[in-house]
Design a protein around this ligand. Structure first.
Ligand SMILES: Nc1ncnc2c1ncn2[C@@H]1O[C@H](COP(=O)(O)OP(=O)(O)OP(=O)(O)O)[C@@H](O)[C@H]1O
Ligand SMILES: [Mg+2]
Length: 438
């Protein structure tokens, strides 16, 4: 059993690549922590530093409360499972699983006992005499798991162990692995780029982007209150609708959120209204998941978005409608879209700098002073989290859930009521506006 703490861990490779950028992360006793992020974000590098296969450029890797930076891999009590789980082809399954025990001098008889126990726990007890070449992909991955488990490590490190398998098998092994490591109570750090895998398996998820930790929390926390626009866009299927909105504060009534011709109203009794009010006259990003949208009759008033169905996707258990609502969508980089240089709000950086320095002002600042809490200077450390201009825009296609095979089809008008309390608000730099309330 083990705990791991990373303190300001940084990895800069010889060619100048910053693979991991000042990451702070605590993994508790017996916890199943998933590192999630797209290709190249530094997941494997981080894992390899915990394993001792890579030295941090700076920062501390602390294991069981002790600085472990100089501890050789074999003294860390870790077992690692990789994506390309190389098994010894000339050895049987039993010999493969028992190999780490043989290396550490365990006698044949107790070795065979432990191997049999692990193999039966993994459901491969009947193939112990076979060679890896005579196994299916799923069986081979179970053997690799068995070889890692048999030594009873203090810490499991798994680097995309399922990504070479087909989706059915992946789902099956996903459940098996999380069941098994919890039964064993072994602290686990599991790397994946698959958000479904992360949300279903993890006790907590740590989301990385370009080496920078974006958010850490239980699946419910990171899904329900993503810390950044990036996390919001990364988690969930269909993806969260991210819409550009202009904020207008009506002190006597509500805050109006304009998206093209459409308006939503945030009432003052919504606790987030005070933070959103600081953005009077500015553009922000509104995040709304499909589950916060309900089709309603066209005559419904209130917080309703209206549009036409551009296309439908049938998924068997439900259909997804994509509505043209005349609003602008914000696209976040590295989530399957090519980057562009169009910032969502050209004035954002300037305003940010003027707030930071206390110089310069805007109409909104006066209004803020008139009725709402002052925002105060932003913490300077926020500026490292995201670059302005990382997002670009296109006409929004609002994803809405419908019953399977609905009566409507493309071209039909559709109105959807918005559950206002389920909205997410982000500033132009991609930071959550109502932070700190989780
Ligand atoms: N030895 C190295 N020298 C220079 N750059 C490296 C080295 N190893 C990795 N990198 C770079 O560091 C960054 C992080 O790589 P890493 O392998 O940790 O990403 P990853 O999140 O595991 O990606 P994937 O999902 O594709 O496995 C990448 O930009 C990669 O090109
Ligand atoms: Mg990797």
């Amino acid at each position: 059993m083990a705990t791991v703490a990373l303190k300001d861990v940084m990895k800069v490779f010889a060619d100048g690549t910053v693979a991991v950028d000042r990451v702070n992360l605590d993994v508790g006793q017996g916890e199943f922590m998933v590192l999630l992020g797209p290709s190249g974000c530094g997941k494997s590098t981080l894992l390899r530093m915990v394993a001792g296969l890579e030295d941090p450029t700076s920062g501390a890797v602390i294991m069981d409360g002790e600085l472990a930076n100089d501890l050789p891999p074999r003294e860390r009590g870790v077992a690692m499972v990789f994506q390309d789980f190389a098994l010894y082809p000339h050895m049987t399954v039993g010999e493969n699983i028992g190999f780490p025990l043989r290396l550490s001098g365990v006698d044949a008889e107790p070795r065979a006992e432990q191997v049999a126990e692990v193999a039966s726990a993994l459901g491969i007890g009947d193939v112990l005499a076979r060679k890896p070449g005579q196994l299916s992909g799923g069986q081979r991955q179970r053997v690799a798991m068995g070889r890692a488990i048999v030594r009873r490590p203090k810490l499991f490190l798994m680097d995309e162990p399922l990504s070479n398998l087909d989706s059915g098998l992946r789902a099956e092994l996903r459940a098996e692995i999380s069941g098994l490591v919890r039964e064993l109570g072994v602290t686990t750090i599991y790397v994946t780029h698959d958000q479904a895998e992360a949300l279903t398996m993890a006790d907590r998820v740590a989301i990385l982007r370009k080496g920078v930790l974006q958010d850490v929390g239980t699946p419910t926390q990171v899904y329900g209150r993503p810390a950044t626009l990036y996390v919001a866009a990364f988690l969930g299927s269909p993806r969260m609708n991210l819409l550009e909105a202009e904020v207008y504060v009506h002190l006597d009534r509500h805050i109006a959120l304009h998206m093209g011709d459409q308006v939503l109203h945030l009432p003052w009794n919504d606790l987030r209204s005070r933070q959103v009010a600081h953005f009077h006259g500015e553009r922000i990003v509104i995040g709304v998941r499909a589950e916060a949208l309900t089709p309603v009759p066209d005559t419904t008033s209130g917080d309703v978005l209206r549009g036409r169905i551009r296309y439908l996707e049938h998924h068997g258990h439900e259909s997804l409608a994509f509505l043209d609502i005349g609003a602008t969508a914000v696209i976040v980089d590295e989530i399957g879209n090519p980057p562009t240089d169009v910032p969502i709000n050209g004035g954002g950086l300037r305003r940010f700098v003027s707030r930071l320095t206390g110089r310069g002002g805007s109409g909104s600042a006066e209004l803020v002073g008139a009725g709402v809490n002052g925002r105060g200077p932003r913490r300077a450390k926020e500026s490292v989290l995201s670059d302005p201009g990382r997002h670009h825009r296109r006409p929004a296609e609002l994803a809405v859930r419908l019953a399977p095979y609905p009566a409507v089809t493309h071209g039909h008008p559709l109105s959807v009521a918005v559950r206002m309390e389920a909205l997410h608000f982000f500033d132009e730099r991609g930071q959550r506006i109502d932070v700190g309330w989780r």
